[in-house]
Design a protein around this ligand. Structure first.
Ligand SMILES: [Zn+2]
Length: 74
């Protein structure tokens, strides 16, 4: 995770948050998945649960710049 909460673009203040994917009547947090991405013809992405990392995203309150992290899981 970043030690600084200053925007690299405009030096504004970065605030914590997440990117939310909305669909099928629910909202979920975006996750990071390592390459190579395997796509199944019938079932969409093949995902191994242990490989998937929830992301956190900082947003600049001045210019709106987004900076995402997939921090190590314990
Ligand atoms: Zn900024």
């Amino acid at each position: 995770m970043p030690s600084s909460t200053e925007c690299p673009k405009c030096q504004g203040k970065m605030s914590d948050g997440v990117i939310v994917d909305a669909g099928h009547g629910q909202s979920i947090i975006s996750h990071w998945l390592p390459a190579p991405i395997k796509v199944s013809r019938w079932w969409g992405l093949k995902v191994r649960k242990k490989d998937v990392i929830p992301t956190v995203t900082l947003r600049c309150t001045r210019c709106g710049f987004l900076e995402s992290y997939a921090p190590p899981t314990p």
